[in-house]
Design a protein around this ligand. Structure first.
Ligand code: PGA
Length: 257
């Protein structure tokens, strides 16, 4: 298994000055950590600035969204090749806010996954159930649909070139994170499903990140939870000391001091 991956999803925060200050602090702070990968996903407008600041460091750049065509008359969209040209290695695809607020459906998400992989980006496919779905015991039906749909177009070549983020919608930005039992149960289930879809050998290598109200105080427990291979952090990634403490929880023990 590759090292854990911790991604800071800044969402629609981080105009130029704030973005520079934050990126500089993260770059400095991660120097001593070992065996952990870190990526920052600022808004599109700050990708260039943040990219320059983290250049040559171990911090990677990620897009928060992407379109599936490389160029054309698609006002307001950004293509996978444009993200690559700015130095992005990752891109978040199918975040629940995109699904819910911008009506992104499974079909669009599948296209985004495929276009990202083709452009050489590693998409982070977000999946997760709402509270109502969990209460109706539909969690695994939803995760199954989202996972199958998201990976549908990839074929053999795209396999192993993506990450999965389990983000229960009821835990995002609510301060209410899933319990370690709920997380490990979901992650084990996702691993099993990936085995069915991609083969067991490949499935073992796919990182499954957890996201939803991850904070410095709950990160150590999450990092120690079975089948958790990193985290997608929203709110807490906007404060450098908090984000660094979260990263430290996922770094290998010898480097946590
Ligand atoms: P949160 O967001 O950490 O603010 O809950 C997580 C996410 O949306 O990726």
């Amino acid at each position: 298994m590759r090292p854990p991956l911790v991604v800071g999803n800044w969402k629609m925060h981080g105009a130029q000055t704030q973005a520079s200050t934050l990126a500089r602090a993260i770059r400095r702070g991660v120097k001593s950590f070992r065996r952990v990968e870190v990526a920052l996903a600022p808004p599109f407008t700050a990708l260039g600035t943040v990219g320059k600041i983290i250049q040559g460091s171990r911090v990677e750049l990620a897009g928060q969204n992407v379109y599936w065509e490389n160029e054309g008359a698609f006002t307001g969209e950004v293509s996978p090749t444009m993200l690559r040209a700015l130095g992005c290695r990752f891109v978040i695809v199918g975040h629940s806010e995109r699904r819910r607020l911008f009506n992104e459906g499974d079909e669009a998400i599948a296209k985004k996954m495929l276009a990202s992989v083709r452009a050489g980006l590693r998409p982070i496919l977000c999946i997760g159930e709402t509270l109502a779905e969990r209460q109706k015991r539909l969690t695994y039906r939803i995760l199954s649909r989202q996972l199958r749909a998201g990976l549908k177009g990839l074929g053999k070549n795209g396999i192993e070139t993506f990450e999965v983020a389990y983000e229960p919608v009821w835990a995002i930005g609510t301060g209410r994170n899933a319990s370690p039992e709920q997380v490990s149960e979901a992650h084990r289930w996702i691993r099993g499903m990936l085995g069915t879809l991609c083969g067991k050998k490949v499935a073992k290598e796919i990182r499954i990140l957890y996201g939803g109200s991850v904070r410095p105080d709950n990160a150590p427990q999450l990092a120690a939870t079975e089948e958790v291979n990193g985290s997608l952090v929203g709110g807490a990634s906007l404060r450098a000391p908090d984000f660094l403490r979260i990263i430290r929880s996922f770094a290998s023990p010898s480097a946590r001091q």
